[in-house]
Design a protein around this ligand. Structure first.
Ligand code: BG6
Length: 305
């Protein structure tokens, strides 16, 4: 299927009162979901969830006020898809960090109004978006996003070729928080992690995570739920995952955020934290010929704190 324009997308996949497609001034196409339970916007470039706001709640997902929507550029905030590798490529530093999936066009292949009132949209990575020099493997990759009271994002990698391949991946989710001083992240107590601030030392997490400086860690061998307890917003965000053995926690803090140039004001870093459901470092996944791997994450809000 070739790339569809907004009119054709609306004819094929719009759901009256729930889902429509619009074109941003940058020329990128955005799927807009507005049902009784939530609002969400998703860019077809990168199949990138940009916003998620359950009805009556503050946004769950952080999108930088300075995020640039441009062809071939990753959007700062939302849920970037890191695939088929996480971080720098293992052998070729000229390949893009976090893989190519987040900066290429995806296609919409299905949309559905579910009986529980949520809306589902399925994206597929077309062959034409896969640079063969970087990924010479036959595969079918889908991102299935369900927007309701909770948001579910499922990244499915099918190996349609004759030989096993290995993937690294992450749903690199930026969460909206009241202030970095007012949160703690639980669920990773006692976990081993690679500390990417400094020389990638292996350490063990003691207690809940609080953020008072740059944090860039790959927690290994963990499939636990994480909770971001936010006393400022009087809520917790639960991140429940399947098919993910790593969790990455990242906040760039002052200097790195300033260097990136797309964090908004100089206090932009205080309003976000990334808790990424991943398969990274020694947790990369082998996908056998004919097999499929699913990375499945549910994001929800809990009130009692
Ligand atoms: C995190 C990495 O997942 O993503 C960090 O652990 C990195 O090292 C961050 O800085 C942001 O990456 P990017 O490519 O979106 O600027």
């Amino acid at each position: 299927m070739s790339q569809l324009n907004v009119t054709t997308l609306n004819q094929k996949f719009a759901i009256p009162g729930q889902l429509e497609f619009t074109e941003d001034e940058s020329g990128l196409i955005i799927a807009r979901i507005a049902n009784k339970q939530a609002l969400s916007t998703i860019s077809l470039q990168g199949a990138h969830v940009m916003t998620f706001e359950p009805t009556g709640e503050k946004p769950v997902i952080w999108l930088s006020p300075a995020a640039k929507l441009a062809r071939g550029k990753s959007i700062r905030g939302g849920v970037p898809i890191c695939w088929p590798w996480f971080g720098a490529h293992a052998t070729d530093s000229t390949f893009p960090g976090h893989g190519f999936a987040r900066t290429v066009p995806w296609q919409v292949v299905a949309s559905e109004a579910l009986s529980n009132g949520s809306t589902r949209i399925t994206f597929e990575l077309p062959q034409s978006s896969i640079p063969a020099a970087q990924w010479p493997h036959a595969c079918r990759v889908r991102n299935i996003v369900t927007v309701g009271k909770e948001m579910i994002v499922e990244l499915v990698t099918e190996n349609t070729g004759q030989a096993m391949f290995e993937i690294g991946e992450a749903l690199h989710t930026y969460f909206a928080i009241s202030d970095v001083d007012k949160i703690r992240i639980t669920g990773l107590e006692g976990c081993a992690y690679l500390d990417k601030v400094g020389d990638c030392q292996r350490r063990t997490q003691a207690g809940a995570i609080t953020i008072t400086a740059e944090v860039d860690r790959i927690y290994l061998d963990t499939d636990s739920d994480c909770l971001i307890d936010d006393s400022g917003h009087k809520r917790s965000i639960r991140i429940a995952k399947r098919g993910s053995r790593s969790t990455v926690v990242w906040n760039p803090w002052i200097e790195k955020a300033a260097k990136m140039g797309d964090f908004g004001s100089d206090t932009g870093y205080r309003c976000m934290v990334c808790v990424e459901s991943a398969n990274a470092a020694e947790n990369v996944v082998k996908v056998a010929a004919g097999a499929a791997h699913s990375l499945h994450v549910t994001y929800s809000i809990e009130k009692a704190m």
